[in-house]
Design a protein around this ligand. Structure first.
Ligand code: WQD
Length: 337
């Protein structure tokens, strides 16, 4: 298949690009580079041995997207492009609704015009809001605690309604848990702009000496050690899940939701200890107050993806920690070398 990866220069998009090519498909990347760097494209050529066609466009731009579809003749779309910082979404909700929903509506309209009927969407476990219980199952109640999460849930609803109206359309909604790690080569990885919001890139910047210590946001949660528990999944496992999802979409119609997680929850301090052990590095930390909007515990029931996609996460926490560090050690300034 020929697959469009919107946001394909990003952390998850770039790792998915490598796995999609390895699975024998053709890819095209469209990205506005608002949260990624052109250097990623050189690294993807190095890793795939292919010149990946790249469109430097805003995926909400109807004319540019139409021109791209007219030229490229896609079989499917994997839609990663979107703003994704929880805190920023609280400060700038209209920007988040405009960008994340407009890009999706532009893609749907253009796909209908060119009869492209396979769509995989980068959703998030954040749509479960404050879980009633764990592990999380796809049919559980949803409801969000921030505009970023609401954009994901609203887009899930838009896509579901679109498949009811158009019986030819196939949509797979992938609810990511916490993607971490990097390709084993150390040539692509997570490269946040500014001070990292997420735990692992913060830890690796402490390890590289760019930040003095980790702040642990709260140690009074109802968890085994009081710190927040999450389902960390290796980004390469997540990427392989997208290969299975797009191939599933090509064989089915309607909308299907899948959790992409390991099914195991680790606390912040579990992660710190695992990182220190895997890389023989000390990570200094200090306990800080809870972060607004954080939940105590969140991890997946991954059975549905195993049964219907034939996919499950395979990489260990040690590999996640080692691969994260290899990326950061080899790229102290990320892609800004
Ligand atoms: C993980 C744990 C923090 C940083 C969010 C979004 C989700 C997805 C991933 C976009 C929590 C703790 C963190 C730090 C800390 N985003 N922490 N000190 O919040 O689970 O998920 O990012 O796709 O949709 O909701 O991830 O990595 O920010 O936090 O103690 O400096 O680490 O409290 O318990 P989160 P995270």
């Amino acid at each position: 298949m020929k697959i469009l990866l919107t946001g394909g220069a990003g952390f998850i998009g770039s790792h998915t690009c490598v796995e999609i090519v390895e699975a024998g498909h053709d890819v095209v990347i469209a990205d506005d580079l608002s949260n990624s760097k052109p250097a990623v494209l050189d690294r993807l050529k190095e890793l795939t041995g292919k010149e990946i066609p790249f469109y430097h466009i805003d995926v909400a731009d109807r004319q540019k997207v139409d021109e791209m579809f007219a030229k490229e003749n896609f079989d499917a779309v994997i839609h990663f492009a979107g703003f994704k910082a929880v805190g920023e979404s609280v400060a700038k909700p209209v920007m988040y609704y405009r960008n994340n929903i407009d890009t999706t509506l532009t893609l749907l309209e253009t796909m209908a015009k060119y009869n492209v009927n396979n769509f995989v969407f980068s959703s998030s476990a954040t749509v479960y809001g404050v879980p009633e219980r764990v592990p999380l199952v796809e049919g559980m109640k949803t409801g969000c605690t921030n505009p970023y999460g609401w954009t994901k849930l609203m887009i899930e609803q838009i896509l579901t309604d679109a498949t009811v109206a158009n019986k030819e359309l196939s949509v797979v909604l992938l609810r990511y848990f916490n993607p971490i790690g990097a390709h084993e080569s150390g040539r692509i990885g997570e490269d946040p702009t500014g001070i990292p919001n997420n735990l692992l890139p913060y830890i690796t910047q402490v390890a590289i000496g760019k930040l003095p210590q980790l702040g642990v946001f709260g140690d009074d949660y109802p968890t085994h050690d009081g710190t927040g528990v999450r389902d960390y999944i290796h980004v390469v496992d997540l990427a392989k899940g997208h290969v299975k999802a797009i191939e599933y979409a090509a064989e089915h119609k309607g909308t299907e939701i899948f959790n992409l997680g390991t099914g195991t929850g680790y606390s912040v301090l579990d992660i710190v200890k695992a990182f220190e052990k895997a890389n023989n590095i000390e990570i200094p930390y200090v306990i800080k107050p809870r972060r607004d909007g954080d939940i105590a515990e969140c991890y997946a029931d991954p059975v549905k993806a195993k049964e219907k996609l034939g996919w499950q996460a395979e990489k260990s926490l040690e590999e996640m920690c080692r691969d994260s560090w290899r990326w950061q050690f080899n790229n102290p300034k990320g892609y800004d070398e």
